[in-house]
Design a protein around this ligand. Sequence first.
Ligand code: GTP
Ligand code: MG
Length: 238
Amino acid sequence: MNLLVVTPTYNERENLPVLAAGVLKHDGARILVVDDGSPDGTGAIADRLALENPGRIEVMHRTGPRGLGRSYVDGLQHAIREGRAEFICQMDADLSHNPEYLPDMVRAAADRDLVIGSRYTNGGVSVVNWPLNRILLSAFGNRYIRFVTHLAASDCTSGFRCWRREALARMPIASMVSDGYAFLVEMLYEAHIRGLRIGEVPIIFIERRLGQSKLSSNVLIESLIMPWRLVLRSRPTS
Ligand SMILES: Nc1nc2c(ncn2[C@@H]2O[C@H](COP(=O)(O)OP(=O)(O)OP(=O)(O)O)[C@@H](O)[C@H]2O)c(=O)[nH]1
Ligand SMILES: [Mg+2]
């Protein structure tokens, strides 16, 4: 496969080498690490991994305000500009997203524009080591987003995604306004209103064992408001 995996990192020093090994096991897969000046030295570890795996790992060191959405905007735009990968995946660095699913996702993306690695395809929720409150928050959040936006995907907040590059190039990446989970919803909504073909493949999501969560109340509040902004801004004005 001809794949570039874009991975945003903030303080993932223990997780990144394991993730990189899992991704690079697949022939034709490369990684773009988008590090936000992690205080724990993840950026330097990424540089070392890049030296050890010539041509297969690239590192973008961001400066200025940090953020998951901002990092994806920069990383995905870079992936389109370099124009080498046929498929572009988005993936967390904390090992919640198992690289073993990458071939499944790329295969599914052969006749889709965007494939979501989904925790909800079987009716239940496929997560390991999540406390009940996190399960409820995610399940409620997804229902709420679908209710407001009429998106059909069962997992609108999954950060594990695979795009065909031509489809990603049609997305207004530079005009995304949100960060955090809301960024993922915004991208999905823009893909939907552009008529992109969206598919899902089942994954089992494993909660991080090492490092710290960056989930904040600001991120949650933004994701409650964003679905309304999305539907209001896409309404015909006449
Ligand atoms: N570049 C960059 N990456 C970030 C930032 N915040 C989070 N990330 C990365 O985005 C991915 C998802 O972040 P997490 O902290 O795991 O968020 P989460 O999955 O909602 O929370 P937990 O898994 O429960 O900890 C991880 O790879 C993080 O390192 C950021 O501000 N900048
Ligand atoms: Mg995580």
